[in-house]
Structure formats: structure tokens, C-alpha cells
Design a protein around this ligand. Structure first.
Ligand code: 5GP
Length: 212
């Protein structure tokens, strides 16, 4: 992988942990990121637009995308398909942009299986009681939906160790800078600099340098 190539990063987190806000701020604050737009069979919510939040597909269209191998990964979540289209991600990575996939845990683990170099980041609230407080604070969901989200969070917490980094979202700006710092550090990993290392070795061993 050349050093010009961007890095693919997966970000997951419990519903209510503030992932959306963190990503929005990350994209405002730093200009090297591209957020992948997923395809889904769920219906658009009020204010959502096709091609902005998601590409909204029928089940049949989505299954065609699967058959044509157009998705990096896909998963079934609350009875709907969600998946990451390959083309945009590949294009942005080759332009040198760092691409973020904001996906749930099953999809995250599939990406890691396919591309083991991909860092998996998990955004967590400081505590379970804070998560409940944030879910209540949204004011859009009833108590039963909130309890369902808390149970989903408990299930998702079972795979938190599979993530490479757990980043606590207590203070928004701090969390955004930690996410950015983690991705920057990924660029410096020796495994991503194989070409540079080879080149350095060749130069060090080349005839021109001998005896200089
Ligand atoms: P929502 O319906 O609330 O927008 O998203 C539900 C869940 O689906 C979230 O946890 C979100 O991260 C996840 N998700 C969104 N896009 C994708 C995707 O392309 N693949 C997978 N595996 N999960 C996704």
C-alpha cells in the first residue's frame, strides 16, 4: 500500500453514544476525511435524503447489489439490510482520503476479517447511566424504545474487545481529537510503510552510497 493511499477506518458505538455528532465535528474540523454513504432497505426518516444519509433501496435492489459483489460488507440490523458500497470507498482511498465507515458491530467484524489492517474504533459513553441520560435527552423516543436500545448496547458490549480502540465520548472536542489522533497514528504504522522501508534498504545498500 503506498503512503499516498488513504486509510479505511471503522467507527461503531452504542446508539446514543454521540457517534453522529463526533463524526460530523471530525469532518468539519479536519479536511482529509470522507464518510462512506451506506445502502439500506430501511425507510427514510423525516429529513433524510436519498444519497445524503443513505442510498435507500428496495430489498430486491439490495439483494442485486449483494449478488453483483458491489458491497464491502453488509449486515441485517433490526430487520433491514445495511451495507457499504465498494466503489466510493475505493475511489476516495485512492485519492488519498481517509474513509470512515460508521457501521454496526457485525459489519465491523466482517471488514476486519477481509482487511485485517483496518482499525476498528468504538465510541463509548462514559457510563451506562450517562448513555440512558443521553437517550432520554433526545426526547424523541418512548421509554420502551430507550430500554430496547439499552439492551442492544448490552449485546454490543460483548464484542467491544474485538475493537482496536475504545474512545470515550465525554467531552466532544476531546473525543474528536482522539479519533483524529488515532487515525493519524495509523498512518505511521510500519506495516503501512513497506515500500518506504524497502526503498531505504535498497538505497543504503546501493553502490552510489558505498564509501561516501
Ligand atoms: P440507523 O437505521 O439508525 O441509521 O442505523 C442503524 C445501525 O446501522 C447503526 O448502528 C449504523 O451504524 C449501522 N449501519 C449504517 N450503515 C451501515 C452499513 O453500511 N453496514 C453495516 N453493517 N451497518 C451499518
Amino acid at each position: 500500500m503506498s503512503s499516498q493511499q488513504g486509510i479505511l477506518t471503522v467507527i461503531s458505538g452504542f446508539s446514543g453514544a454521540g457517534k453522529g455528532t463526533v463524526l460530523k465535528r471530525l469532518l468539519e474540523k479536519y479536511d482529509n476525511y470522507a464518510l462512506s454513504i451506506s445502502a439500506t432497505t430501511r425507510k427514510p426518516r423525516d429529513g433524510e435524503e436519498n444519497g445524503r444519509e443513505y442510498f435507500f433501496k428496495t430489498r430486491e435492489e439490495f439483494e442485486k447489489m449483494i449478488a453483483k459483489d458491489e458491497l464491502i460488507e453488509y449486515a441485517m440490523y433490526v430487520n433491514n439490510y445495511y451495507g457499504t458500497p465498494k466503489a466510493y470507498v475505493q475511489e476516495q482511498l485512492s485519492l488519498g482520503r481517509d474513509v470512515i465507515l460508521e457501521i454496526e458491530v457485525q459489519g465491523a467484524l466482517k471488514v476486519k476479517e477481509k482487511f485485517p489492517d483496518t482499525p476498528l474504533l468504538f465510541i463509548a459513553p462514559p457510563s451506562a447511566s450517562e448513555l440512558r441520560r443521553r437517550l432520554r435527552g433526545r426526547g424523541t423516543e418512548g421509554a420502551d424504545v430507550i430500554e430496547e436500545r439499552m439492551r442492544t448496547a448490552a449485546r454490543e458490549a460483548l464484542v467491544m474487545e474485538s475493537y482496536d480502540y475504545i474512545i470515550v465520548n465525554d467531552d466532544l472536542e476531546e473525543c474528536v481529537d482522539r479519533v483524529h489522533g488515532t487515525i493519524l497514528a495509523e498512518h505511521e504504522k510500519s506495516a503501512r510503510s513497506r515500500g518506504f522501508i524497502e526503498h531505504m534498504r535498497e538505497e543504503l545498500n546501493s553502490a552510489d552510497l558505498k564509501g561516501e
